[in-house]
Design a protein around this ligand. Sequence first.
Ligand SMILES: *Cc1c(COP(=O)(O)O)cnc(C)c1O
Length: 359
Amino acid sequence: MRDVYNFSAGPATLPESILLQLQEELLNYQGLGYSMLEMNHRAPEFFAIIDHAKATLKELMHIPDNYSIVFLQGGSSLQFAMIPMNFAKGKRVAYVDTGFWSAKAIEEAKILNDTLVVASSKDDNYRFTPKGFEVPSDCAYLHITTNSTSEGTMFKELPDTGGVPLIGDACSNILGFEYNVEDFAMIYAGAQKNAGVAGVTVAIIRNDMLHDVEGLPHILDYKQHIQANSVYNTSPTFGIYVTSLVLDWIKQAGGVEGIAKRNELKSSTLYDYIDASTFYHNYVVVEDRSTMNVVFTTDDDHLDQAFIDQAWDKGLINLAGHRSAKGMRVSLYNAMPMEGVTALIDFMDSFAKENCVTL
Ligand SMILES: *Cc1c(COP(=O)(O)O)cnc(C)c1O
């Protein structure tokens, strides 16, 4: 047993059983005599890993047959560029702005295309996810950030796009909240938060989105990566292996349904505690609160910093808010156990009492 709970927003905590398995296999992967770190990306054993990971993901997310699953590099951020490159088809592209990461996606789209921000919660400090907006039918797609990692908001209901293909950056809630894949033309996530380690991005793309784009380099073309079964060039082999182990672990933990219930319980326990206290505050509109990233503050920068530092000394690490935000952020990703939340609440209680506040 390790003696820290790592609330990092990413790269994030992994199931301990997986770390132990990796440690045990490090020198000799399943009797092959060499390490998974040394495996060739075109070895049959590696294709077996890719195919197993794809099949498990398909089962866990109920992905229909008319979708392709592909493992890429470059993080979610490369997708911000590849999406307009591959899917704009010379049309306008539409975005919802819910914070730091959607703004990054919009920034990239604007370099490449006529980009329309159809809804934004910026004027209200990103405290909610926009609802009831219209998407012009001449847009090639609508892009949303399904969970806004820095702001602590989440789309629990997806927008009605009126038939415009919906693309979701699910970096911080993939496999942690139940979405219907069929509502998306594409859904994608860097693995380092909920599905593995940094270096792998999972993309699930409806096949009718794929078409030839003139002047597009092969390395940036989804079709090339899909046709090559995620081995267009040297894949992030070890990372894909870790993802396949995380997917197996999620399956054992009750699938996405079981994990989503657990995330709901972890986050509601923490929100209930914050709401009952007069010392800690969360300003997100209640119905849009994320079950993955809980942000809160004492409304005093010095106290917030003292909280973050003292929590670290107690083994509750990486609780500082995103660099774009003040206060604290608790990332309760899929691999964070309930015990981490209980330990955090115990500390929050003693910190509040020490700072002479009646709860
Ligand atoms: C972390 C994060 C990203 C950035 O991912 P990279 O892998 O660093 O490019 C993008 N979008 C969301 C919602 C995130 O949480």
